[in-house]
Design a protein around this ligand. Structure first.
Ligand code: PLP
Length: 394
């Protein structure tokens, strides 16, 4: 019997996780096979592993625009990096200090900062697209009054709508006021050029968002900072305990280098394909709202709100049609994601809080074609206009 081949799924959920890049796979396998030794050891094989580790640190620092590899601390992902930062700041800032976050931060930032600064988290305002401009940040800094601000954290690109925050300008505002600036660049890295990120004091990244392996990430720190709040071994120059995941690190750096090398062409093609899909969606489903539609967004992301629809049902219908999409952030349910977006911007895009809305997020990769984008929005439009199935009680 000839086994039936399952049709290829169209993966439009890259913001949740991306497939492993061939360059990352090769680097991972090579490192796992040949350099599996513990980089902290004293023997020759360990020191070769250490050389490789330090080489990865240099290459990653260079991609981020820093000539100081010691600023990189490898972690097990973005959540771990955000936690490391929040614990460090919480343990070293004067009592009563505040932190300022944008209203669209990922739970990986919100939760650890809330735990490390109980009662000290201040949210900035934003416009209807979720953009935090310099004036919003200045207002939040003024509102904090005489308290020390341990950090301002504004993500580089939104995981739900792909909205681009003006982080270079925000970093400038913070520099002028002597306040440290952090950006969670998990969704920016591998999609847009990384070369200026080292101008931020603190930067978070995650390998699996751009084709690196799962379970590896990093925190870029200001030069010479002694970390507090993280307990364990002396790895990463005493800043983050635990044996380094060297195959993962090698894979992550290889994936990022590969993404950077092909980025210009990917951005141009990706933007054209996404914009054609939006134009088609507007024709087919005029009531749909593109989240952050008035702002610059990542070329790969399209989040659509469908008033009156059910997120889970839309995503399930897309799945049956061979399209893997999501209902927003990977870590919240569709309803919660849509509610969060509507709460931050809803009243200003014409949806009153409390009105049921469905949300679907498509997030493409470099391999996504224009035809796949079109198929996705056509399927969404059909699903959104179909009547819900009748439930028989008999
Ligand atoms: N920060 C942002 C902006 C994200 O989108 C994600 C993933 O959803 C994370 C942090 C968490 O990343 P990780 O899976 O590496 O912990």
């Amino acid at each position: 019997m000839v086994a039936e081949r399952a049709p290829r799924m169209i993966h439009l959920d890259h913001n949740a996780t991306a497939p492993l890049h061939p360059a990352a796979r090769e680097a991972w396998l090579e490192t796992a096979d040949r350099h599996w030794h513990n980089p902290s050891g004293l023997h020759g094989a360990a020191s070769r592993a250490r050389d490789l580790l330090e080489g990865c640190r240099e290459r990653l620092a260079a991609i981020l625009g820093s000539d100081d590899p010691a600023r990189i601390v490898f972690t097990s992902g973005a959540t771990a990096a955000d936690n490391l930062l929040a614990r460090h700041l919480g343990s070293s800032a004067p009592p009563g200090s505040a932190v300022i976050l944008s209203p669209i931060e990922h739970p990986a930032v919100v939760a650890p900062f809330a735990a490390s600064f109980p009662g000290g988290v201040v949210e900035t305002g934003c416009d209807a697209d979720g953009v935090v401009d310099g004036a919003c940040l200045e207002a939040a800094l003024d509102a904090v009054g005489g308290r020390t601000v341990a950090c301002v954290s504004v993500m580089a690109a939104g995981n739900e709508s792909g909205v681009l925050e003006p982080w270079p300008a925000l970093a400038g505002v913070c520099r002028a006021r002597g306040v440290p600036f952090h950006t969670d660049a998990s969704q920016w890295l591998g999609k847009l050029p990384a070369a200026d990120l080292a101008r931020c004091d603190w930067v978070t990244g995650s390998g699996h968002k751009f084709g690196g392996p799962r379970g590896v990430g990093f925190l870029l720190a200001p030069a010479g900072v002694r970390f507090r709040g993280d307990l364990g071994g002396p790895q990463e120059s005493g800043r983050h305990g635990g044996t380094e995941n060297l195959p993962g690190i090698a894979g992550m750096v290889a994936a990022l280098e590969a993404r950077e090398a092909s980025m210009a062409a990917t951005i141009a093609a990706g933007e054209a394909a996404r914009d054609a899909a939006i134009a088609a969606l507007r024709r087919m489903l005029p009531g749909a709202i593109v989240v952050s539609g008035g702002a610059e967004r990542l070329w790969n992301t399209l989040a659509v709100i469908v008033p009156g629809a059910d997120s889970r049902r839309l995503v399930a219908t897309l799945d049956r049609a061979g399209i893997a999409a999501s209902s927003g952030s990977a870590c919240s349910s569709g309803a919660a994601s849509a509610a969060r977006v509507v709460a931050a911007t809803g009243a200003r895009i014409g949806i009153a809080p409390g009105v049921p809305v469905g949300m679907v997020r498509f997030s493409a990769g470099p391999e996504t074609t224009a035809e796949e984008w079109l198929r996705a929005v056509e399927t969404l439009a059909t699903a959104a206009t179909a009547r819900p199935p009748r439930v028989s009680l008999g």
